[in-house]
Ligand binder design. Sequence first.
Ligand code: 5GP
Length: 122
Amino acid sequence: MTYDNNNIFAKILRKEIPCKKIYEDDFVLSFYDINPQKKIHALVIPKGSYINLDDFSENASPEEIVGLIKGVNTVAKKLGISAINGKGYRALANISEHGGQEVPHLHFHLFGGEKVGKMVSE
Ligand code: 5GP
């Protein structure tokens, strides 16, 4: 599978479509999910073109990998939901078909602001 440059998050990164930005640095962009599933539902995406977590793990540089993990923590703190300044949250990455991934650009969902509930439904 090759990276689709026209996926919706690639367009958000290129600023071709808007987003409600939460945070940005050299490695990540974070914005609110358009269809929130919890009181707080943020997305954190790497700036590089990676399809999913497996693609990222195999092909991203060590700096990009650190940047994404640090980015999740930075966003959680910014939203006041981290284990450091809040009550915690769930970070979740859907990966490919069985993972239920719809947008083929790696992203972590951050759910919080309330109890998130069961780990897996259905
Ligand atoms: P996935 O199922 O791929 O893990 O999640 C994709 C997420 O992207 C969904 O939660 C969906 O609501 C969100 N999403 C899809 N299109 C847009 C968009 O144009 N803007 C934003 N902010 N979120 C989007």
